[in-house]
Design a binder for this molecule. Structure first.
Ligand SMILES: Cc1cc2nc3c(=O)[nH]c(=O)nc-3n(C[C@H](O)[C@H](O)[C@H](O)COP(=O)(O)OP(=O)(O)OC[C@H]3O[C@@H](n4cnc5c(N)ncnc54)[C@H](O)[C@@H]3O)c2cc1C
Length: 461
């Protein structure tokens, strides 16, 4: 079935106001809860709207679980430490990659994280609306003054002084008229979509022993010295030779040269599937991608069971309920972070967070993954401020960064840092009767520092 060009006229109607708030946060994924918590702790009334029935987005529902860098301070580190105190996070580790080792925060248990985030937001006084989609901004001229929501209760709106778009796809920024670019230039020049899944009944110790003895098969890896740390500490990327041979033996084509396996709370997570050139904003293309993803899940599971020690009795545990989308829109903000900035580690006066995530670029057309450690870099506040639309901030994977810079900023620690900064900035803007564009960035930085968030790259080098 093809797109056709028919249109209908939607009749105008009056919408009821469900809630009035200082700050509306769109999206309760990896980034949104950081924005909501930061703003609420600055004394602001906050509503967070999430289309699914749990918090955490790609971190929890997407089964990603593992930040590709350390959580160096602020609310993200506080949450990781809290999760660790209840067994929901293990010890941080160092992963060997082809250029430089990367310090990596432990993966989290996604179920514990969902509950923890929900409790923290409740304790901070944030009103969370689950199972509610934000479909459009409410506009007064070129300023956002709320959001339109759709739920089982119908179509309503929420009035807000500032909106923070943490939808990952910049849904609200785009419909408010903010400029953006798609991927590396168009909707199909984007990093591939994937779907995580778990395998049950894996002999993780046997797998780790095999990986210890065959480092050439898993060149990027972290294997704990002590088997008691295997529950959270095993991370293996590679298997290229085995996968190539398997494809030739079976006469099948898989889309990825290497795959990643990792543990979190004793569960074995598989990041192996990939579909290239999928427009994450197209329901038709996303739905078609599912079929291919399920084919690959069956094939990779058979591969692991047949060829990799430790999987002999394994079976699929859980398939993520959502497709993992790596890249769609990047808003065009007051500043666009470039690939050169994140490689050369440019410093910025208005930095709102220092980050040391790996560079993680999955080829747009090929089968390779460029995952490498680099030095720490800084994220300027201006990347959160879209051009042309007032009282709107954007945080998470759709900030103003080009395709290569996005290879670092899309990682969870960077997304969380931008969410936290957006929450603080929105609160400061309201407190000082200023716009988010002209907010006193020095004041925002002071508050972030009081939360023990490092802002300069040299602080985490
Ligand atoms: C397969 C895969 C593997 C990855 N591996 C790693 C890794 O190992 N380490 C790492 O650090 N990063 C990794 N990433 C990247 C990282 O997980 C994401 O970029 C990051 O989690 C994005 O955070 P976010 O808050 O911007 O988006 P999300 O976490 O996706 O959150 C967006 C939230 O907004 C909600 N939402 C969206 N639109 C609306 C709407 N209109 N109304 C209401 N709610 C809405 C969604 O339901 C979701 O909860 C990976 C990504 C993928 C896809």
């Amino acid at each position: 079935m093809q797109n056709n060009h028919k249109t209908i006229q939607e009749p105008a109607r009056h919408l009821a106001c469900l809630l009035e708030t200082d700050i509306a946060v769109v999206g309760g994924g990896t980034t949104g809860p950081m924005a909501a918590l930061a703003a609420a702790r600055q004394g602001k009334k906050v509503v967070l709207i999430e289309r699914f029935g749990s918090l955490g987005g790609n971190m929890t529902l997407g089964l990603n679980t593992k930040p590709s860098g350390v959580l160096s301070g602020g609310i993200p580190l506080e949450i990781w430490n809290l999760a660790r105190s209840v067994g929901g996070v293990g010890a941080d580790y160092v992963a060997t990659t082809k250029i430089k080792d990367v310090k990596i925060a432990s993966p989290c248990d996604p179920e514990i994280m969902k509950m923890l985030l929900t409790r923290l937001l409740h304790e901070a006084g944030v009103r969370v609306l689950f199972e509610t989609v934000v479909s459009a901004p409410v506009m007064e001229g070129n300023a956002v003054s709320g959001v339109i929501i759709e739920s089982k209760g119908g179509r309503q709106y929420i009035a807000a002084k500032v909106v923070i778009d943490c939808s990952a796809d910049a849904d609200i920024a785009a419909s408010a008229g903010a400029p953006y670019i798609l991927g590396d230039g168009d909707a199909h020049a984007v990093q591939p979509v994937s779907m995580y899944y778990t395998l049950a009944n894996v002999d993780v110790k046997r797998l780790a022993d095999w990986a210890r003895q065959n480092p050439q098969e898993v060149p990027a890896r972290s294997i704990p010295e002590d088997d008691k740390d295997l529950d959270y500490g095993l991370w293996l990327t590679g298997f290229n030779n085995l996968i190539k041979a398997y494809q030739e033996e079976k006469g099948i084509a898989l889309q990825r040269e290497n795959i990643t396996l990792k543990t979190a709370n004793g569960v074995l997570y598989v990041n192996a599937t990939r579909v290239l050139g999928v427009d994450g904003l197209s329901p038709l293309e996303m739905s078609d991608a599912m079929l291919e993803i399920y084919r690959q899940i069956e094939a990779y599971t058979a591969f692991l069971i047949e060829k990799v020690p430790g999987f002999e009795n394994a079976h699929i545990g859980q398939i993520a309920p959502v497709i993992g989308v790596r890249e769609t829109r990047h808003i065009t903000g007051e500043y666009t972070l470039t690939g050169k900035d994140v490689v050369d580690c440019t410093t910025f006066e208005d930095s709102i967070g220092a980050d040391n995530c790996a560079m993680d670029v999955h080829e747009v057309k090929g089968a390779d993954v460029d995952f490498q450690g680099l030095g720490p870099y800084e994220i300027p506040y201006r990347t959160l401020v879209p051009l042309q639309v007032e009282q709107l901030l954007v945080a998470g994977r759709c900030i103003s960064a080009d395709h290569i810079a996005h290879g670092r900023t899309r990682n969870m620690p960077a997304c969380m840092a931008t969410g936290q900064a957006a929450g603080v900035a929105a609160a400061v803007a309201i407190d000082t009767d200023n716009s988010v564009r002209n907010v006193d960035v020095k004041r925002v930085q002071e508050i972030l520092r009081s939360m023990e968030m490092p802002l300069k790259a040299k602080e985490i080098a």
